[in-house]
Design a protein around this ligand. Structure first.
Ligand SMILES: [Zn+2]
Length: 238
């Protein structure tokens, strides 16, 4: 069934559970499963059958002429007027609840247990990390900009006799640092961000704020640019 949002979604087991737990692991597990699983495999398990011309026979209604098509991770029946993703198909095939299906699929695709943990303490840590991720990403951006500027200055010193020459290995170690920051996975990034923030709270807060302002300015500039682009063909039409 198509996924509905809000309390009317008809998933009582979700409404009963601890909201922090849901916030932390359901979205992560759902996305990981959707990208790991093939819709065809799960359609077959739920009783859908391959038919002519890439179409599928519906597993829900008696479907002599195939009425289903697969697109964008969904199988859609044009007679039932319904679409199912892999998790919906698992629920359809087994009659299990949404949460049970999510756990089964996560185990099947060997996803990290953390993604489907219901341990409230772990879920809370994951939830906090998710909340801090935007700030950590901004901090990452600022650090990269700063190292870039520093590298520019140091490299200029190699060629310009009026500038101080960089110390042995200084450029290399900065480039390694820059690469480490760029490659950091989300969890590593949040961890790194916390270390800096705990040590220099005011400086880090200011740097994150700078990145935020810069982002907003860039978004505004981009929006204005796009609006201008859209106006050009209209003028040409007139
Ligand atoms: Zn159908």
């Amino acid at each position: 069934m198509p996924q509905k949002k809000g309390p009317a979604g008809g998933r009582p087991e979700l409404q009963k559970a601890n909201p922090v737990v849901i916030f932390a692991w359901v979205p992560a597990a759902r996305e990981a499963i959707r990208s790991a699983a093939r819709i065809e495999t799960h359609a077959e398990r739920a009783g859908f059958r391959r038919g002519r011309g890439g179409r599928w026979h519906c597993g829900v209604h008696a479907d002599k002429n195939p009425s289903c098509s697969i697109r964008g991770g969904l199988i859609r029946c044009w007679v039932c007027n319904q679409a199912w993703n892999v998790i919906d198909l698992e629920m359809l095939a087994t009659g299990a609840s949404f949460l049970e299906s999510l756990r089964t699929l996560a185990a099947e695709y060997g996803l990290p247990a953390g993604a489907v943990s219901t341990d409230p303490a772990e879920a809370q840590r994951a939830a906090l990390a998710r909340l801090e991720l935007p700030a950590a990403k901004r901090f990452q951006r600022v650090l990269i900009n700063l190292t870039d500027e520093l590298l520019d200055t140091l490299k200029a010193g190699l060629f310009d006799p009026l500038l101080p020459a960089p110390e042995e290995g200084e450029i290399r170690s900065l480039e390694v640092l820059r690469q480490t920051i760029m490659d950091a996975a989300d969890s590593a990034l949040v961890h790194e961000y916390r270390i800096w923030r705990d040590r220099w709270p005011a400086t880090v807060a200011a740097l994150v704020q700078v990145a935020k302002c810069r982002e907003k300015a860039e978004q505004r500039a981009l929006a204005e640019f796009m609006a201008r682009l859209e106006r050009i063909p209209q003028k040409a039409d007139a």
